[in-house]
Design a protein around this ligand. Structure first.
Ligand code: GDP
Ligand code: IMO
Ligand code: MG
Length: 429
């Protein structure tokens, strides 16, 4: 069976926790897009581990983990993450595989990202400054450097010389900065040749073989549907395709091989970085939720903006990803609220909108229509069975199900692996 797990909002839905929870049931976990802009948190026995590049399945011994060709890799970030895991006694060698086609984040990509953000100040996208956009731009522009290029010394030299001729003139003329010395980058990067050589392979062969052998395979989406470069709140998006369609391209697997797509959805909404956010809470509620939900970026530490559950946005994610069911996370964060709001539509110029608008102007100017749901005002983090949840918490979930016309497979009530309520085994791997 082949499952894709995607984020249905603006990222940080708790994908890491859910992938870790499900990895016991699968043979292989694959990252298919994004890079170290992702921060996927897994908490086991009180210890928190944040993964940026390596699939969250790595914490389960013997499971195979793959970084597909749609991922952009900063070799230094990869090296650091491998070292970090090894220090924790986690075996990485022999079960981590990296696509030869994956593009590399070069130092000039990171600098372009940082300079653009700094020059735009508050009007910027609010990126993670990891060089993600410039790397994908170079990939599309056919001047990127792939893992396989790093393994060929002469090829790397030629590409670096050619690229830096152009890029250094931009650094100098547009930003008044010194450029990069190609031979220095070449020297620095050759250090990573050994590392890449150890893990690089044709991962499409590997993944398709596993599928053909009847293994259970899980695709781990990074970011979220509303950050998708084609369907998100453009230009306030990332530069890849987190939606389910991206998994086929980013891993080299045909669409006929996919059995189901599950969407991870926070019981409320968060967003980090700039861009429209119709259901953003007032400062009072936002602070309350941020503190209780520890809503600070797992990659950058930035405070996340908090908002109410938005059925317009999640319905959009259900459509774009072809979701079979939702996995609701962080329900426990709402424990103390007197009243919880659920957005059922947007009001714009006297009209009710129920399909997610593509216009940033509408998204910025619309007024959410809310349904008020009474809070349960009770601790739920210890509960492991749906029947044991307070009736008001069950009502909240039932309303979401009804409004979205979709099943809920799992409800997460805390960051630990075991703080999960499985509602329907039949929907899971
Ligand atoms: P991801 O990027 O989708 O993997 O999500 P992040 O790891 O960036 O952010 C999710 C945060 O919520 C992490 O700190 C998790 O440990 C935490 N978390 C996940 N599920 C739950 C839950 O059900 N309840 C609570 N309280 N925290 C959770
Ligand atoms: P995970 O996988 C939340 C956001 C950034 C910014 C925009 C573009 O942990 O859910 P980028 O650096 O990608 O060019 O930034 O996307 N962003 C994320 N927000 N979770 C993420 O990943 C994100 N990755 C990028 O904050 O708004
Ligand atoms: Mg995250």
């Amino acid at each position: 069976m082949v499952f894709i797990i995607v984020g249905t909002q603006w990222g940080d839905e708790g994908k890491g926790k859910i992938i870790d929870l499900l990895t016991d049931r699968v043979d292989m976990v694959i990252r298919y897009q994004g890079g170290d802009n992702a921060g996927h948190t897994v908490r086991v026995g009180g210890e928190e581990i944040i993964l940026h590049l390596i699939p969250s399945g790595i914490l389960h011994a013997e499971k195979c983990c793959v970084i597909g060709s749609g991922v952009v890799i900063n070799p230094k970030a990869l090296q650091d993450e491998i070292e970090f895991l090894k220090k924790k006694g986690i075996q990485v060698d022999g079960r981590l595989y990296i696509s030869q086609n994956a593009h590399l984040i070069m130092p000039y990509h990171v600098r372009f990202d940082v300079m653009r953000e700094e020059s735009e100040g508050k009007g910027g996208i609010g990126t993670t400054r990891r060089g993600i956009g410039p790397t994908y731009a170079d990939k599309a522009d056919r001047v990127g450097i792939r893992v396989v290029d790093l393994l060929d010394k002469d090829d790397l030299k030629e590409r670096l010389n050619r690229n830096l001729l152009e890029k250094n003139s931009i650094f100098k003329n547009a930003y008044g900065q010194e450029g990069f010395d190609p031979s220095q980058i070449e020297k620095d990067f050759l250090v990573y040749t050994g590392l890449m050589g150890k893990y690089a392979t044709d991962t499409s062969v590997l993944v398709n073989q596993a599928i053909d052998e009847g293994k259970t395979v899980l695709f781990e989406g990074a970011q979220g549907t509303l950050l998708d470069v084609d369907y998100g709140t453009y230009p306030y998006v990332t530069s890849s395709n987190p939606i389910a369609g991206g998994a086929c391209i980013g891993a080299g697997v045909g669409p006929t091989k996919i059995d189901a797509v599950l969407g991870v959805t926070k019981a409320y909404t968060t967003r980090v970085g700039n861009g429209p956010f119709p259901t953003e809470m007032c400062q009072y509620h936002s602070e309350e939720v941020r503190i209780k939900g520890r809503e600070y970026g797992a990659t950058t530490g930035r405070p996340r903006r908090c908002g109410w559950f938005d059925t317009v946005a999640v319905r959009y994610a259900i459509r774009l990803n072809g979701l079979k069911a939702l996995i609701i996370t962080k329900l426990d964060v709402l424990n103390d609220l007197e009243t919880i709001l659920v957005c059922t539509g947007y009001q714009y110029k006297g009209e009710l909108i129920t399909e997610f608008p593509q216009s940033l102007k509408i998204l910025r100017e619309c007024t959410p229509v809310y349904e008020e749901i009474p809070g349960w005002k009770q601790e739920i983090a210890h509960i492991r069975e749906y029947a044991q949840l307070p009736s008001k918490a069950k009502y909240y979930l039932e309303r979401i199900k009804k409004l979205l016309q979709i099943d809920i497979a799992v409800v997460s009530v805390g960051p630990e692996r075991d703080q999960s309520i499985i509602l329907d085994e039949g929907l899971l791997p």
